[in-house]
Design a binder for this molecule. Structure first.
Ligand SMILES: Cc1ncc(COP(=O)(O)O)c(C=O)c1O
Length: 394
């Protein structure tokens, strides 16, 4: 979260004064309709037909999306080796098996590696737009069409980002967003699913509302009601998110402006290599990404005075080789609930090793991110660039 203030407080106050914090309620009785309104506004912002806001975060949004896409036991889903572990957890949560693929120099899924990982059991791919960097959606769509795969976009770190002038989350069959505190927009914890497909939306909605006990519109559904989890959003979340959404364009404009200044000042200078981008204009600008020939040079730059850089390889559960519970197939005490032991998954690829994605390990070890802050002053941006120049010997 970058910006939050009195505007959010005012809206929360209204919800509390209404004494109606549950998302379903009658406006005639003073219910504020915050979640409903946020969903309409978020769908409009992304350009999708449907949006479903939920508690349980981006993880819940991914799970609901995969349920909507009919992914389950017997299915393999390709995920990149550089993403938060939740991407792979969501696949396991629906009983399917995550297959880990390489990322390329863009820090997003390597499309050549997707092709190599596809088997007749592959049902879906989850491109992850890490740190706001868009994946190569055109190629991913071509591959998906050729092999009849579903695409579930993980936009959790890229709220509002775009690719080829179309918002992330609109390219695949569905897109999942996170609004936890480390994301571009935040209500503390929360997420949203977007899709143009009514079936996916209805299934996700049913699943997120533990049998839709409280949902007033289900009689209009074409999908039969089934049981699910309880991921309903609260009116407090909706109220915060509606204000956060008003801040989104300003945040993205400021982040992108900073990235542009870095590029203008440093591109073409000796020793400077920015990470390749699938769409530099659509990139959220959360980070400025430098790449080096080796880890030693990357680390030297990251810790140089005033640079404040960090290496993706150091970010714990965002690296596949730190997903120990998955690599070791640990899913709680009851084995019968563990997808790795489901008979349907018996012949799927579950032989994970910590060195199975050497390209991902190599690239993440020689990339340095500098996290931007949209509220940096011109002087702070200037200083940061000067420190970078000094560290690079320019
Ligand atoms: C790439 C990615 N996917 C999924 C998630 C899960 O989101 P949440 O924590 O909101 O459940 C995160 C959150 O950090 C993430 O970064």
């Amino acid at each position: 979260m970058y910006r939050i203030g009195k505007e959010e407080v005012k809206e929360i106050e209204k919800v509390i004064e209404s004494k109606k914090l549950f998302r379903v309620g009658d406006p005639k009785t003073g219910h504020q309709q915050e979640v409903n309104r946020f969903e309409k506004e978020w769908a409009e912002k992304i350009g999708s037909k449907f949006a479903l806001c939920m508690s349980g975060g981006g993880t819940a949004a991914l799970i609901c999306g995969l349920v909507g896409l009919e992914i389950g036991p017997g299915d393999e889903v390709i995920v990149p080796g550089y993403t938060f572990m939740a991407t792979a957890i969501a696949v396991l949560a629906v009983g399917a098996i995550p297959v880990i693929a390489e990322v390329d120099e863009t820090l997003t899924i390597d499309t050549e590696n997707i092709k190599k990982k596809i088997t007749p059991q592959t049902k879906a791919v989850i491109p992850v737009h890490m740190v706001g960097l868009p994946s190569n959606m055109s190629e991913i769509i071509d591959i998906a069409k050729k092999h009849n795969l579903k695409i579930m976009e993980d936009c959790c770190q890229a709220d509002g980002g775009s690719y080829k002038n179309k918002r992330l989350g609109r390219w695949g069959n569905a897109g999942a967003f996170s609004f936890n505190d480390f994301k571009i927009l935040s209500c503390g914890e929360g997420g949203a699913l977007v899709t143009d497909n009514k079936k996916i939306y209805e299934r996700a909605l049913i699943y997120h509302d533990s049998g839709t006990t409280f949902w007033p519109y289900t009689e209009k559904f074409s999908e039969p009601i089934f049981i699910g989890q309880q991921f309903r959003a609260s009116e407090i979340m909706g109220a915060i998110l509606r204000i956060q959404l008003q801040r989104l364009d300003g945040i993205l404009t400021d982040l992108r402006k900073i990235k542009k200044i870095f590029y203008n000042e440093l591109s073409g200078k000796p020793g400077v290599k920015f990470a390749k981008s699938n769409d530099i204009d659509g990139d959220c600008g959360v980070v400025v990404a430098f790449q080096f020939d080796n880890e030693k040079d990357a680390r030297k730059f990251a810790v140089a005075e005033g640079v404040g850089g960090w290496l993706p390889i150091d970010t714990g559960r965002h690296m596949y080789f730190n997903w120990e519970p998955i690599l070791e197939k640990r899913m709680g005490p009851n084995k019968a609930l563990n997808p790795f032991y489901f008979p349907e998954n018996k012949n799927l690829r579950t032989a994970y090793t910590k060195d199975m994605c050497p390209k991902t390990t190599d690239i993440t070890s020689r990339t340095v991110f500098i996290s931007s802050n949209p509220d940096w002053t011109d002087q702070q941006i200037k200083d940061k660039i000067l420190f970078c120049k000094k560290a690079l010997g320019i």
